[in-house]
Write a protein that binds this ligand. Structure first.
Ligand code: ADP
Length: 169
């Protein structure tokens, strides 16, 4: 496995990294899944500042502080919903990873952790999502020194096994 990439199974809100990525929805005002867990752990300061951000488009990313989280920053990105709209889901998911990584570089985040964006209620096929995530992170790391380390945080067993297989190749 590439030494700057790490695979973790667990709850992203617990990680002491410079930035965690949130699989947010376009309102940025919180929701279910990982988004709900992050808002709950970060505390009410997060939604207060998110109200001022004016939402976020699919494939884009915005950054806030981490509030009560061990992570210093939260990078909120909006993944595509699988199977609706103009069907550019693969490109939009790739964009989520690239734009999140770009925020990490600008804010000098040496460590960043990603959840499996869009693979929950947004129903993106898990294997395809993992291969896009890994490809984009590898490409970005080969061109940028910061972040130094990227963690993929899998909550469910299925994603963990998919990432294990793909990263071992
Ligand atoms: P999306 O709307 O982008 O599909 P979800 O939050 O529904 O977002 O799911 C994205 C992924 O986040 C899923 O694979 C889900 O298992 C995972 N997830 C849920 N809670 C957590 C958590 N606390 N830490 C890390 N990953 C989580």
């Amino acid at each position: 496995m590439e030494t700057r990439i790490e695979l973790i199974q667990g709850d992203i809100t617990k990680l002491k990294v410079d930035a965690i990525v949130n699989a947010a929805n376009p309102s940025l005002l919180g929701g279910g899944g990982v988004d709900g867990a992050i808002h709950k752990a970060a505390g009410p300061g997060l939604v207060e500042v998110c109200r001022l951000l004016g939402g976020c488009k699919t494939g884009e990313a915005k950054i806030t502080k981490g509030y009560k989280l061990p992570a210093q920053f939260i990078i909120h990105t909006v993944g595509p919903v699988w199977g609706v709209g103009d069907r550019h889901e693969e490109e939009l998911l790739a964009s989520c990873y690239r734009k999140s990584l770009a925020h990490a570089t600008v804010h000098d985040c040496k460590t960043i952790a990603f959840p499996n964006i869009s693979t929950g209620v947004y129903h993106f096929p898990k294997e395809l999502a993992a291969s896009i995530a890994i490809r984009e992170v590898k490409n970005y790391l080969s061109a940028n020194a910061i972040p130094e380390k990227v963690s993929f945080v899998c909550f469910d067993d299925e994603n963990f096994m998919i990432y294990q297989q793909l990263l071992d190749q």
